[in-house]
Design a protein around this ligand. Sequence first.
Ligand code: NDP
Length: 231
Amino acid sequence: MSALAEKQEAGVAVVTGGTRGIGAAIADALRADGWTVVTIGRTSGDVQADVGSPEDVARAVEEIHEKFGKVLVLVNNAGITRDGLALRMTDSDWGDVVDTNLSGAFGFTRGVMGDMLRARWGRIVNVSSIVATRAQAGQANYIASKAGLLGLTGALAKEIGKRGVTVNAITPGFIETDMTAELDTDKLVEFIPAGRVGKPEEVAAAVRFLCSAEAGYINGATLSVDGGMGA
Ligand code: NDP
């Protein structure tokens, strides 16, 4: 049995926001690699939970442990936007985005990292965004949350890297999903060297690699999947 197959016998992969868009493609890619995947969403998924609620996260982690077992791969992908200029941004628009995108990732990670530490093997991938390092107007909440995810990634890599657990981040550019459905594609494509928007499967391929056995020496890294937009 290969080293990865042994891990797949011992534990499962969890993808938050794994029910649609990028998360669903990540779930498919990990399944294709042999993982049993548990998807998390508010309205559907193998386990339903709002990652922005610490109570929900605690309950979801308990449910995953009871129904599916240990978690050896975690992809913190659930995310939302509540765009607007900072001057008019409400506390709830700020709080909902930071709670979901950043605190949700922290809560889920804290809940399952014990499984990985005990197994002396694990993979955590945080789905950040190109805007974490290339800010734009009108998304202070979202950008702060995504930049925070890069900080969280580095801090965790330093804390748990010794125990065979890697923590990395992905920064997608403009990917065609429900989240970007309202945006003007023609205008945005001008800024993308690839000359097109990305597909969820292209982000999923990068996540799949970071979760593989071969990626064991990649820790605390950020991998851009943006068609060259951030170069
Ligand atoms: P979608 O809006 O298509 O899907 C979001 C997913 O997250 C859904 O499965 C949704 O399920 C889930 N979700 C949202 N809020 C919560 C919550 N509070 N608790 C649990 N699940 C939640 O988004 P994308 O696929 O486009 O985005 C996925 C990730 O990629 C996000 O973090 C996003 O910020 C990031 N990203 C996306 C880019 C893009 O261009 N699309 C670019 C850069 C980063 P449900 O509604 O059932 O809760």
